[in-house]
Design a protein around this ligand. Sequence first.
Ligand SMILES: *Cc1c(COP(=O)(O)O)cnc(C)c1O
Length: 364
Amino acid sequence: MPRPILATIHAPALRHNLARVRRAAPDARVWAVVKANAYGHGIERVYDALRGADGFALLDLQEAERVRALGWRGPILLLEGVFEPRDLELCSRLQLWHVVHCEQQIDWLAAHKTQQPHRVFLKLNSGMNRLGFAPASFRAAWARLNALPQVDEISFVTHFSDADAERGIAHQARTFAEATRDLPGERSLANSAATLRHAQDPAVRADWIRPGIAVYGSSPDFPEHGIAHWELQPTMTLASRVIGVQQLQPGDTVGYGSRFVADAPLRVGVVACGYADGYPRHCGTGTPVLVDGVRTRLLGRVSMDMLAVDLAPLPQAGFGSEVTLWGRASNGAVLPIDEVAQAAGTLGYELMCAVAPRVPVVVG
Ligand SMILES: *Cc1c(COP(=O)(O)O)cnc(C)c1O
């Protein structure tokens, strides 16, 4: 009998969330961002639910090959473009559209032999200072690309640093509008946060939106807004069971470092899930968890293979009880991944990407 831990990917929730982001930008086309193996969900597991997208955006050429192997004939965009000249051969062969963010990538294209001219997305660094041409060199990069026989269509892309937060996107959107003014071609600016918070502006939704995290049922601007506010559904449940029960007396402690000390008699459930499963070790006492679909709390330190939960609110619960670490319990109760991530000082993104290979995964 395997350990009772299990991750479930919810295909209907993926469909729902994709429809939700589409509704936020109804006249834009949607890149479903499936980088990092579909944010830890597994490209092959999400493909069927997300094939209603207009394209798939990702980073890794092997991931692009996997999407083509699934039968996808529509657009695929390499968000960081190519990493070496040889990658352009794969772009030609698999008809991948690719971002061009630096001079080296233009040099490689200029030297690339192909019958099949490429569609490229020229990237502007509008203030994030990660990838992209600075505004001052953007026109020259466009002119170089535009003169290449290897390129048949140029689109424009930029990325926001503060779409989820107070600083917002207006300054970057303005820089993008100025840099691309009068240049012909499609435009793409918005990630999940910009789509949900700012897509009422037609210049922000533009021709293509690029939602990732919202599709995977995590709120891009938590804790300001949770998934209920954005009408998103969890797409991943991490569940396990109680495999042991301890009865504590006042003064008894739980786990390594004795970080939790009981001040009253307390029943504790020991759960088959630990940091070697991808549950964050930084979660401490008080982190929310569902037992039999009822909210309770983590106690003490997370160990490699186990963690402990407070069974005081659950007199009926005990050995074998269902434990939902995040996602949706059998009774329908939801524990957003964002709340667990917050308790660990991180984001839903990191947790869903970090579920360990030893955890079995099913699509439900
Ligand atoms: C990851 C990524 C996205 C998606 O971002 P979310 O915050 O997950 O919506 C969009 N665009 C680019 C360039 C990215 O790297």
